[in-house]
Ligand binder design. Structure first.
Ligand code: ADP
Ligand code: MG
Length: 704
């Protein structure tokens, strides 16, 4: 009892202790400095150097009291992970000693060498030097011996080299367009519309000693070989099951570490696959949610290491059981605390709600390609469409109630509520919109869940920045069109209904409330003309379609050159990932698997020979059968790893056209990898456990 209540008391005390948050700022900054900083944070006002100096000193003093010696600008280059370069606070004095110093200049701007970060096509045109610029809207924090300052990352010639800058731009853009809509509805109060995100994170935990015995896990984060264990997830006994003590200890420490960083870790549970788990935070501003998700992933890995575990964030660590994803719960909130995707009660709010809803439906239909692209990676290709995650086809789940209301508006008829309680929809009256009463649909890639949308196609390892840039920008575009027309409207309710009718007429096809995992849906989606883009390579070329370039350039999110850079970077990463995986397979096959099986065959042969020497009455059927099967398979494995190596030597992989290269990896290298794997996995089931060179699936997933 005692420890329990003590823990409860401690959490609020623990929460945010590593963060230079609003409380700390209020306490430590002179009033006028605090107020200017607040203006910068809330309204994007420029910050002058005297204010920056005062903030820097306060930050440094606060951090040094916590034993911190260094600071780092912390940024999010295009490779989807975070980067940091640490400088100490020391500054020499004339008498040969040092003092701890941190200036406003150092806070605002950093100059890491940009040349080694992925930059796609921009590499040729920008200077190697890049700079990082403080993002005051995301709090600085302390981790280890350093003060971390969240920053944006640009080249000197102004090209954006990170994920944060476009994310901030897209949030600003959406704010602007959403405010226009609110003004049309007579809202003069709201000063700001913010997008909010809660990112549910899935992951696997495995034993570190076993991990260290597998090159595929070490180099690629996923198993490239591995026969199915006798037991997978078919008993459904892991999902929400009791958490094992070792995992529970990990989760407890993870929560505490995240709370210190001001991350609202809320829910933890076991997921569908053995050894798979999930963590969900409480939602927050998108920018912060993005930073926090990056920190969450990193903290998971660090804490796991302290427990003799490894946290696998790959989308598909094991074949045959579920992979890991990330659910991006997304909504729009006003600075006065109103959720714009909450159906609300009064008719006027309903109009406004339905309009925002229609904007999302239209955005998702018109930019299916962008949403698919925003989750594209070699890792996620293993999950999407595999019957464990949403299909590659984008659709929106609204539930029967909302779909019914929208359809009634489309037809200009009376909405017949499910309970046959007639309610008028028309210019004058709209029904109270209850919270979605239909069953939760788990198979939709993009589901309305009562007062937010849940985008479920994200892979577990990717940064959530890109999906949110797409969501924010595409919805901003639809709201812009709506605002343009409504600002001119004489009869607002009629004009709103007309817009909704138009959306339904042209974009209804994107609404699908059925089973997204079913075969019928694939056919039905094709009939509806929805895109089906099974792989990263199928999806990416559409990124540079004129409509998408127009979208991003007109909203000032990306320049065309920046888009090309992103396109290049994603495809390059795809090809590199596959190249490393293929090399790892060859290495494992040649140096571990073939020798092990050959050695096992030798043992079998010796056994046969010595027994037959004893007496010719022993037919040695078992050994002889195994020798035959394994010898054949061993030759097959040898041939297939040679074939894979030959595939990797094709000059096409040095082509300057990155699409040609990645298409080659998809069409030639992946099948060669799959063929090699099939033969090796079959051998695994025939070789003595102690002669197999690697821990098996059973060891990895069931021995925690
Ligand atoms: P579940 O999907 O497991 O039923 P919830 O629906 O309660 O759980 O929430 C899932 C995630 O959605 C949580 O991270 C939660 O914080 C987030 N969420 C809830 N409301 C919003 C919102 N308005 N905007 C963004 N995310 C939200
Ligand atoms: Mg969810």
């Amino acid at each position: 009892m005692g420890t329990c209540s003590e823990n409860r008391r401690n959490v609020p005390e623990l929460f945010g202790t590593a963060v230079f948050n609003d409380d700390v700022m209020q306490e430590r900054l002179p009033k006028d400095v605090y107020q200017s900083l607040r203006k910068t944070i809330d309204e994007g006002k420029d910050l002058d150097l005297t204010v920056a100096n005062a903030v820097a000193t306060a930050m440094k003093d606060w951090a040094v009291e916590k034993g911190v010696t260094h600071f780092t600008h912390w940024f999010q280059p295009l490779n989807g992970i975070t980067a940091e370069k640490h400088d100490s606070f020391i500054s020499p004095t004339s008498d040969g000693r040092v003092i701890m110093q941190f200036s406003g200049k150092e806070l605002i701007k950093g100059e890491p060498d940009a040349s080694s970060f992925p930059s796609g096509g921009l590499r040729a045109t920008f200077e190697a030097r890049g700079y990082t610029a403080w993002d005051p809207t995301s709090y600085a924090f302390v981790k280890g011996d350093s003060l971390y300052i969240p920053t944006a990352f640009c080249s000197y010639s102004g090209e954006v080299l990170d994920k944060k800058t476009p994310l901030l731009r897209s949030m600003e853009d959406l704010n602007h367009q959403a405010l226009r809509i609110l003004r049309v509805f007579g809202d003069r109060e709201t000063k700001r519309v913010i997008t909010t995100v809660g990112a549910e994170q899935e992951y696997f935990l495995i034993d570190r000693k076993l991990y260290e015995q597998r090159k595929d896990l070490i180099f690629c984060g996923r198993t490239l070989f591995g026969a199915k264990a006798p037991k997978g997830q078919e008993m459904e006994d892991h999902y929400f099951g009791a958490i094992k003590p070792r995992v529970a200890a990990f989760m407890k420490e993870l929560d505490e570490e995240l709370w210190k960083l001001g991350i609202l870790a809320k829910t933890k549970h076991n997921e569908a696959a053995p050894a798979q788990h999930e963590l969900a935070p409480i939602f927050t501003t998108t920018n912060t949610a993005t930073d926090h998700n990056q920190l969450t992933m990193e903290t998971m890995k660090n804490v796991a290491a302290r427990h003799g575990l490894v946290c696998l964030l790959h989308e598909k660590p094991f074949a045959g059981v579920n992979g890991s994803g990330k659910h991006n719960n997304w909504s729009l909130t006003t600075d006065t605390g109103k959720n714009l995707l909450d159906p609300g009660k009064s008719p006027s709010e309903n109009f406004q709600f339905l309009l925002f809803l229609a904007a999302v439906v239209k955005a998702v239909d018109e930019y299916q390609d962008l949403l698919r692209i925003s989750v594209a990676s070699a890792g996620n290709d293993h999950r999407l469409g595999g019957g464990e995650a949403p299909p590659d086809i984008i659709s929106v789940f609204l539930g029967d109630e909302l779909t019914g209301i929208l359809e009634a508006i489309e037809k200009g008829t009376v909405y017949d509520r499910i309970e046959h309680q007639k309610l008028m929809t028309g210019v004058h009256v709209l029904p109270d919109l209850p919270k979605d009463t239909t069953d939760r649909n788990r198979t939709s890639p993009f589901a309305f869940t009562g007062n937010k949308f849940e985008f479920r196609m994200l892979g577990s390892a990717i940064s959530i920045a890109c999906p949110n840039i797409m969501l924010n920008t595409t919805v901003a575009e639809e709201l812009r069109q709506f605002a343009d027309s409504l600002e001119e409207a004489k009869d607002l309710p009629a004009a709103v209904l007309e817009l909704i009718r138009g959306v339904m007429r042209e974009h209804k096809r994107i609404i699908f409330n059925g089973d997204g995992y079913s075969e019928e849906w694939i056919k039905e989606a094709q009939r509806r003309g929805l895109l089906n883009l099974p792989t990263t390579v199928d999806a990416l070329p559409r990124y540079l379609d004129q409509k998408n370039i127009s979208l991003f350039t007109s909203h000032h999110i990306y320049t065309e050159a920046e888009m090309e850079a992103r396109y290049e970077t994603i495809l390059e990463e795809y090809s590199k990932t596959l190249h490393i995986e293929a090399l790892t397979m060859i290495e494992m096959a040649r140096r571990d698997i073939i020798p092990a099986v050959s050695h096992y065959l030798l043992k079998l042969t010796e056994s046969v020979l010595s027994r037959q020497k004893l007496s010719s009455r022993f037919p040695c059927k078992a050994e002889n059968a195994l020798i035959e099967k394994l010898s054949t398979l061993l030759d097959t494995v040898y041939e297939r790893q040679e074939a894979l190596e030959t595939a990797l030597k094709d000059p096409i992989i040095h082509s300057v056209n990155i699409l040609t290269v990645s298409t080659y990896y998809k069409d030639k290298v992946i099948p060669a990898m799959e063929a090699l794997r099939a033969a090796v996995d079959e051998m695994e089931t025939l070789v003595a456990s102690k002669d197999w060179p690697y821990p098996t699936y059973a060891d990895l997933m069931f021995r925690i």
